[in-house]
Write a protein that binds this ligand. Structure first.
Ligand code: PEP
Ligand code: MN
Length: 351
């Protein structure tokens, strides 16, 4: 950690001593360097003391800025686990040599709807069926999902077409049901910083997909993932689903495709891209599906619907069946390149 003092404090021996006393109180080493204008203190040490010391230093009048050198996260970081994490999924491996396609409707609406989606997903070579039963809606008057009935329909459709299923748990109370009926637990963008929910999902055995918060930076996102990942709980993946930026004229959010290589460097967890909630318009989704493969993601999650204009949620960003089929066909040459690239990169550790 590097502490830079304010100009006045840099020339005041008593001010410097006050700062160094705080560092020593935390049993950390002080290495002081007095420059012509600023005094800089390198703080050496590891452990929880560093974070506690940082918080105290940032609140001191004498201090201009504090920079952490080491990442405060442990279990999610690349330093902790140098190889990519991967985990089995119904005969496939997520985070492994195969690009995983998850697709399905935003919300489970009826048995014919989810069955029709599952059939198309399986037929197009998709690996996982998605569908929301507990829906986070901006308005309390909007469709809230079918709850347990929806989970049962999703399970039936997945089983019928040999697809594992992913669905969102909106609250701690949903976790037992979601864990009973689904194969992957989704934590949605709005809940990325619901820390009690993150702690609770960390105790679940099933894999977890943590979506990025609507306005969260990568460090906040990894901090949230750190609540879930621990020794014995590494079947966790991250999902980039678009963030709020200045331009929302043509798209709902902006797909932060750069987050894929950034995460690849910082963490060992698998990375999924959700072009649907990023673009918000179905016309832009096939191109962003291809961008996800090219950027090196481990998979995508895409919304589709038998009749998008009649969807009870997110119809504008849901691909129709012919659109989904066409998008999957366009993906094929990219998947070939993906397989070639994975063949020469490090073998993942399957947990
Ligand atoms: C969804 O997957 O339907 C959803 C609500 O996603 P997000 O949490 O990314 O908005
Ligand atoms: Mn949706």
């Amino acid at each position: 950690m590097i502490v830079t003092l304010k100009g006045w404090a840099s020339r005041d021996a008593e001010a410097i001593e006050r700062v160094e006393a705080v560092i020593r109180e935390h049993e950390l080493e002080v290495h002081e360097k007095r420059g012509t204008e600023y005094t800089v203190i390198a703080v050496i040490g590891v452990g929880d003391n560093v974070s506690a010391c940082q918080i105290q230093l940032e609140a001191m009048d004498e201090v201009w800025k504090v920079q952490r050198i080491s990442n405060p996260n442990k279990f999610v970081s690349r330093a902790y686990h140098t190889q990519n994490t991967a985990f089995p999924l119904n005969g496939h491996v997520l985070g492994g040599p195969e690009f995983i396609v998850m697709a399905g409707p935003c919300s489970i609406e009826s048995e014919p709807q989810i069955m029709a989606c599952a059939e198309v997903v399986a037929d197009c070579g998709g690996h996982v069926l998605r569908g929301g039963a507990f829906k986070p809606r901006s308005s309390p008057y909007a469709f809230q999902g079918l709850g347990l009935d929806g989970l049962k329909l999703l399970r039936r459709a997945g089983d019928q077409f040999g697809l594992p299923v992913i669905t969102e748990a909106l609250a701690i109370e949903d976790l037992p049901l979601v864990e009973e009926w689904a194969d992957i637990i989704q934590i949605g963008a709005r809940n990325m910083q619901n820390f009690r929910l993150l702690e609770a999902v960390s105790r679940c055995k099933k894999p977890v997909m943590l979506k990025r918060g609507i306005a969260s930076d990568v460090d906040e996102w990894l901090g949230s993932a750190e609540y879930i990942v621990r020794p014995g709980k590494t079947n966790v993946m991250l999902c980039e689903r678009g963030i709020r930026t200045s331009d929302r004229t043509y798209t709902r959010n902006t797909l932060d495709i750069q987050a894929v290589p950034v995460l690849r460097e910082l963490t060992h967890l698998p990375i999924i891209v959700d072009p649907s909630h990023a673009a918000g318009r179905r016309a832009y989704i096939p191109a962003m599906m291809r961008a996800a493969v090219a950027a090196g993601a481990d998979g995508i999650i895409v919304e589709m619907h038998p009749d998008p204009p009649k969807a009870k949620s997110d119809g504008a960003q849901s691909l129709s069946f012919p659109e989904f089929r066409a998008a999957m066909t366009l993906l094929v040459p990219y998947l070939r390149l993906f397989a070639e690239e994975r063949a020469v990169t490090l073998d993942p550790i399957v947990v």
